[in-house]
Design a binder for this molecule. Structure first.
Ligand SMILES: [Zn+2]
Length: 459
């Protein structure tokens, strides 16, 4: 009888072996040479892992652990590196109750977010961002990129809270931030202010390739000039770029090829990430081909947000949706374009649900994107790919001599991971068992009632 999960004695001490671990080969760097041993249908390798002083010291083919360090037999269970959420909105998260989306559409989401932004005081941002990070940490996420709404009235406030929080979380979650606003408002001197704040904060320059006050649609006539301005701002401070692109079913929304050409024109090959790119899937095969050629040439990476796309896209009251809202992920990967999957919004007007749980994002992505039969490459979407795209060294892949940040699942196969929520997963951080739990919603109820009381006193 294999050992039961509940009977495993979790590690303590500075040196121990995890025996009989099964790791998807796509989540290993090949420095150990064992990834080539993957022989299972799911592309999984059976290994023994030596943890020493909080780091991954050795990765050996199963059965090769030969020394007297403590040995913990995992009975062939899956061990993954902690994962990466490369596209989130921590500043919007957990506003759903005070700021609901009235009909679940993109249009209403945008209006609701704008209406709520005046409530984003520093304490409010700190509380909700920290809540989101604690959820992510408990679920086994160790690296996050968040977009931050960056408008004249909120830019300094949001970015200063981000810098504070990044310091507080250093060593637990590596956090990157990207500025977010419609790219037309970067045209005047506010663009210089944004680029300067981003540069001072070690962030990325971002934006959404639609006009302010509008939804995603046909590219505006001056799109080339607007993009050249964005790239010039980025170039001045040597900033990488991460954009929200064509988040609609409308096939005329085709800013993606303009972005690729602008990247090539401005010497930004390999330094641009585009999120969403939904409308590409609604264009003709010939148009898709042409755009993918450009993406490959400009070495643009794409982040797909399957849960949020399926929620927002093709939504009309009283009508059953006909498509899943996601971009052409398989076709991109076949061209050698790097693609990651991420969580995007969490309990806000753009997405009413979520828990900053990348394992949940992974499980849903497999099903929404048909990323199965076989399943072997699927974990790369939330591990190796975002690690490479975001340069999150030591996250999302098992690498020798990096901090031992692991998720141990009570599952022998990727199929078992996709089939259950994995609520009993064990997270190991710097070699130690993590006891953190996702925070209770009650914390948010209390905060909202204090906020309401304060508002009542002002009145
Ligand atoms: Zn987003």
């Amino acid at each position: 009888m294999p050992i039961r999960f509940r009977d495993i004695t979790w590690p303590s001490g500075s040196r121990y072996w995890l025996l009989s671990a099964r790791v998807p080969a796509c989540l290993m760097t090949d420095s150990s040479g064992v990834a080539a041993l993957a022989d299972h249908d799911e592309g999984v390798v059976s290994v023994d892992l030596l943890i020493e002083d909080g780091k991954l010291a050795r990765i050996e083919p199963q059965g090769n652990a030969h020394d007297d360090a403590t040995q913990i037999d995992l009975g062939g269970r899956q061990v993954w590196p902690t994962l990466i959420d490369i596209h989130t909105h921590l500043d919007k998260g957990h506003t759903i109750e005070r700021n609901p989306n009235v009909d679940g559409t993109f249009h209403s989401a945008r209006l609701a977010a704008t209406a709520d932004r005046p409530n984003w005081t520093k304490p409010d941002l700190r509380r909700r961002m920290d809540f989101g990070l604690r959820c992510a940490y408990a679920h086994g996420v160790s690296a996050i990129r968040t977009h931050l709404d960056t408008y004249p009235e909120t830019a300094e406030r949001s970015w200063s809270v981000f810098r504070e929080i990044r310091e507080q979380w250093r060593g637990r979650i590596d956090i990157q931030a990207v500025s977010l606003c419609p790219i037309d408002i970067l045209q005047d001197k506010f663009g210089d202010e944004v680029a300067s704040i981003v540069a001072r904060s070690g962030g990325l320059l971002g934006g959404v390739t639609r006009a302010a006050l509008g939804n995603h649609g046909a590219p505006p006539a001056n799109i080339d000039a607007m993009l050249d301005r964005l790239f010039a701002l980025a170039g001045r401070y040597d900033l990488d770029i991460d954009l929200h692109v064509d988040e609609t079913h409308d096939p005329t929304a085709a800013t993606l090829p303009f972005i690729a050409r602008a990247a090539l024109r401005n010497g930004y090959r390999g330094r641009v990430v585009c999120g969403h790119c939904c409308s590409l899937a609604m264009q003709s095969a010939a148009e898709i081909d042409r755009t993918l050629d450009l993406l490959a040439q400009a070495e643009i990476a794409v982040v797909t947000l399957p849960t949020v796309n399926m929620y927002l896209q093709d939504r009309q009251k009283g009508r059953t949706p006909r498509w899943r809202g996601v971009t052409v992920v398989h076709e991109m990967l076949r061209r050698g374009i790097r693609v990651a999957a991420a969580g995007d919004n969490c309990r806000d007007s753009f997405y009413a649900y979520g828990d900053h749980d990348v394992v949940d994002t992974f499980r849903q992505s497999v099903r929404i994107l048909h990323f199965d039969h076989p399943l072997g490459d699927a974990p790369a979407l939330v591990g190796a790919m975002p690690s490479q795209i975001g340069q999150f060294e030591g996250h999302g892949r098992l690498s020798l001599r990096t901090p031992a940040r692991l998720i141990v699942f009570n599952a022998r196969t990727i199929n078992e991971i996709v089939s259950r929520p994995q609520s009993d997963r064990q997270v190991i951080v710097h070699g130690e068992k993590l006891d953190a739990k996702a925070p209770e919603y009650a914390e948010l109820w209390e905060a909202e009632s204090v906020r309401d009381d304060a508002a009542a006193q002002v009145l």
